[in-house]
Design a protein around this ligand. Structure first.
Ligand code: SF4
Length: 218
């Protein structure tokens, strides 16, 4: 009996070791593909990459740090992959069922907008690009909000019941926003700020207009 228990533990021990080696190989392969995709902007085996990011994020990031590379590449590629997967569904969604969220830090530092239950009320004063971008997106049919934080987003999502969301923010916010969309079964796409921070952040506006398919003639 003691011998049987001992051999059972040996089998379990070996299985754990093999499983750990298997996960490690997945993480190494995922890391190589992520590094390659980041450099070339070409996605090879996107589902495998996403699988390795979702399941083994900590290990994949540790491998990046181990070889002296910036582990934010993992988030960058993860967001690009999720955007790629959701973009078609996002664009198939009727425009009046799509919401756009801008972070308040993207406004000009002297922004005259006032806070309301629907976020900052932009008056399109011309001091930053948000005014024009909001106008263009609303002409297309989007609902657009400038929000001070994620609690506003959750409340506005509950109120307006969108089917798709475009969120603009820093890497951490966009990552959290896409995870929220997955939980709520919404088609989420995210645009990461070129320069993050608390004030006067920077967005690649050409990318934004490309995302919302605004060709300047709405
Ligand atoms: S355009 Fe809108 S968001 Fe930008 S500074 Fe003026 S009121 Fe604020």
């Amino acid at each position: 009996m003691a011998f049987e228990i001992e051999s059972l533990f040996t089998i379990i021990g070996e299985a754990v070791v093999y499983f750990a080696i298997f996960l490690f190989i997945i993480a190494v392969l995922g890391s190589l593909l992520i590094g390659y995709s980041f450099k070339t902007e070409r996605f090879i085996f996107p589902n495998f990459m996403l699988f390795s990011i979702i399941l083994l994020e900590t290990l994949v990031k540790a491998l990046f740090r181990f070889v002296g590379m910036d582990d934010s590449m993992v988030d960058d590629v993860g967001i690009a992959l999720k955007n790629k997967i959701s973009m078609r569904k996002f664009r198939d969604t009727p425009l009046d069922k799509r919401l756009i969220f801008f972070p308040q830090c993207l406004r000009a530092s002297a922004c005259p907008s006032k806070l309301s239950p629907e976020g900052m009320q932009c008056i399109n004063c011309g001091s930053c690009e948000i005014g024009q971008a909001k106008k263009s997106a609303e002409e297309l049919g989007y609902k657009v909000f400038i929000v001070p934080g994620s609690s506003f987003i959750r409340r506005l999502v509950r109120k307006h019941k969108p089917a798709a969301i475009l969120g603009v923010g820093c890497m951490t916010e966009v990552k959290a926003g896409l995870e929220m969309c997955e939980k709520l079964n919404l088609f989420g796409v995210g645009l990461v700020l070129e320069k993050a921070g608390c004030v006067s952040t920077v967005l690649d506006w050409d990318k934004f207009y490309e995302f919302i398919e605004f060709d300047g003639h709405a």
